[in-house]
Design a protein around this ligand. Structure first.
Ligand code: NAP
Length: 444
């Protein structure tokens, strides 16, 4: 048998486990996760109102229920749990699918003022991540979202959604209540480059225009600053479609609505300004195209009022003690998924997903990424299998004081979430804290 640990139960971990058991009849795969719940960013990143994407959990579930795959939740890998070197002793091979766990920084003054958060913190809150912070909407009347990627669109949309739309989702009850009571009416989503260079996808962009009681505005002057917007026909299809949607909105007369989403471009954040001990506005420098795909500053500035600032400028991988790490890219150096230590292949160690290629692409991008890693691992299998490993790694984990949450424990959490929802007159409602998750995991 080939015993493999996959660290991380998000899409890249599940696709890796799937490839391994499908292609190697002797593969036994343990999928480890720090959390007692599986599915990574599908559970803790996909917005609650994107139920269709969330239903991907059913596909991932069938992987974790495979007879040669085990889910072992509540197992932190690293100094606070199982050290990477110890894990390597317990399995023939270890595949790290740990994603990109933190946010990129702007590096500007005022970034850490109260009221300024990373979008990933806000996403964690409305996704019921047990480590999430709280208090995002307190005292906020207007919000600025910095960045124009799909995460920026997600958080903008969630700020504009009403209780009636969110109540049928699995959003935690405290987040639903806070969003229902939110006084945020104006949300500016701001890009430092032009409309044709925005990173959001057209489907996500269009959805903003379908939100009830919400007006979306685009400043025609900012569209006109982007030379590509004058001739969108020459743009690649995804950018052309974005520009067409934005042009439609720019040409639509303003109307009165409960929420206003302002899409802004060619504004680079330079400072977060404090008012009464918290963020009160974002100072932007007006930029202009530099003719080479980038922008240059113009020396003109604009302050946009906001008591809530969500910095949505991308995720970033974090180093895992015992594994090599390239701080420039936030990834683990690798060759076709094989981890490289000082340029040489480290036998039995692999990576897949965002920690391998950086935080880009949609969920499906993880399939070919995992496929490449699985092919490398299986090509090495004969050599890896020669090293003896314990018959039952869980015994060693227990000896180290870690008692994993097994699949039955996760199923018990799912039942508790259904019961909580029923008691609130809603569908399934996520448990938002460690205590209630761990208590529920014991009830089977
Ligand atoms: P992203 O697509 O890389 O977008 C990051 C945005 O931040 C860009 O607009 C970027 O502008 C801007 N930015 C970066 N540094 C900046 C700075 N210093 N100042 C101002 N702006 C800055 O990242 P993301 O939105 O976090 O998404 C990550 C990945 O997850 C993407 O592949 C995304 O498609 C995917 N995702 C998909 C969905 C979905 O399919 N529904 C939902 C969420 C996320 P520049 O372009 O100028 O660098």
């Amino acid at each position: 048998m080939l015993r493999i640990a996959v660290v991380g139960s998000g899409p890249s971990g599940c696709y890796t486990a799937q490839g391994l058991v499908q292609q190697h009849p002797g593969a036994l795969v343990d999928v480890l996760d720090r959390l007692p719940c599986p599915y990574g960013l599908v559970r803790y990143g996909v917005a609650p109102d994107h139920e269709k994407i969330k239903s991907l959990q059913n596909t991932l579930r069938s992987v974790l229920e495979h007879e040669r795959v085990r889910f072992l939740g509540g197992v932190p890998v690293g100094p606070e749990g199982v050290p990477a070197a110890r894990l390597r002793e317990l399995y023939h091979a270890v595949v790290y699918c740990v994603g990109a766990a933190t946010d990129r920084h702007l590096g500007i003054a005022g970034e850490d003022l109260p009221g300024s958060w990373s979008a990933t913190e806000f996403v964690s809150w409305y996704s019921a991540h047990p480590d999430a912070a709280d208090g995002f909407l307190t005292g906020a009347r207007s919000a600025v979202v910095i960045g124009v990627g799909n995460v920026a669109v997600d958080v903008t949309r969630m700020l504009a959604r009403g209780a009636a739309e969110l109540s049928p989702t699995d959003i935690p009850h405290a987040a639903l209540t806070a969003l229902a009571a939110s006084r945020v009416r104006e949300i500016s989503m701001v890009g430092r480059r032009g409309p044709s260079q925005a990173r959001f996808t057209t489907r996500e962009l269009r959805e903003l225009g379908t939100l009830p009681d919400t007006e979306v505005t685009v400043d025609p002057r900012e569209l006109a600053m982007d030379p590509a917007c004058a001739e969108p026909g020459s743009l690649p299809a995804p950018q052309r479609r974005n520009v067409e949607v934005l042009r439609d909105w720019a040409g639509t007369p303003a109307r009165t609505a409960r929420h206003r989403i302002r899409l802004r471009f060619f504004l680079r954040p330079v400072e977060l300004l404090a008012r009464e001990g918290r963020v009160g506005a974002v100072r932007f420098e007006r930029t202009a195209p530099d003719g080479a795909g980038g922008v240059r500053g113009t020396g003109r500035f604009e302050d946009v009022e906001a008591q809530l600032v969500l910095r949505s400028v991308g995720y970033r991988g974090v180093p895992l003690e015992g594994l090599p790490f390239d701080p420039a890219t936030g990834t683990v150096p690798h060759r076709a998924g094989r981890v490289l230590r000082d340029g040489a292949v480290a036998p039995g160690e692999y990576v897949a997903g965002w920690i391998k290629r950086g935080p880009t692409g949609v969920i499906g991008t993880n399939r070919p990424c995992a496929k490449e890693t699985v092919a490398s691992l299986l090509a090495d299998a004969a050599a890896l299998e020669r090293r003896p490993v314990p018959d039952e790694p869980v015994t060693a984990l227990r000896a180290a004081g870690i008692d994993p949450v097994r699949w039955e424990g996760w199923c018990a959490i799912e039942r508790a979430e259904a019961e909580l929802g029923a008691s609130l007159g809603r569908g399934t409602v996520k448990l938002p804290d460690w205590q209630s998750l761990m208590d529920a995991a014991q009830r089977f």
